[in-house]
Ligand binder design. Sequence first.
Ligand code: ATP
Ligand code: MG
Length: 227
Amino acid sequence: PTMISKTLRTIIMGPPGSGKGTISSRIVKDFRLKHLSSGDLLRSQIHNKSKEGLQAKKYIDSGQLVPDNVMVQLILNELQKLKHDSWLLDGFPRTVPQAEALHTKEPADVVINLNVPFEIIMSRLTSRWTHAPSGRIYNTDFNPPKVQGIDDVTGEELIQREDDKPETVKKRLETYQAHTEPVLNYYRNLGILEEFTGKYSNEIWPKVHKFLSTKTEPLQYTVYKFC
Ligand code: ATP
Ligand code: MG
């Protein structure tokens, strides 16, 4: 007999630098969920010069959120194509009006929130240093230069890009706090929020895997050891 399994609709949330990209790619590797990333979708719309892409570009370039009506239209349109699939939504909703619009049309079953300590986020987001003339990139956490602040090859100074500077990073986190944290409360009140706390993706991932395994069948059974 044919197995009929119910679809599972999930959302992944977490501040910039929380490892959302890493966890999302592990989820879609281990579970039968279609990955829909609002950032990727916007970039492809811009590349194809669609009407929505052209509307969105000026906001993205200036580091602002794309207006809710444009964003909602775009995502709901994509979700129409995934009516019979399980999905993982990433980067949307980022505001309460977006969450409400989604809930009316295509409600999610579960929302995964990555809860990473603020200091970890800050250090991760500000740890990238660049040698401007060559474009060489270092990371003070896992790929540091031999001498702090100095390019290994030329001995010249390293700089921080505008969007990696603590001030800019703070700005991104503030936007997240102002617009996206209220979305967590929205889902908490609906009773579908699942929080995962930890400093590192390798610490958070086994918990997410275990949780999702109770909701949908993994493509392959893997037993992760908790550390
Ligand atoms: P971060 O990691 O800081 O969350 P990012 O650069 O990875 O940001 P993406 O998800 O790749 O962000 O999206 C890039 C840009 O597209 C955002 O900065 C924003 O301007 C726009 N964008 C993406 N998703 C949304 C959304 N749901 N609502 C409004 N704007 C969005
Ligand atoms: Mg990102």
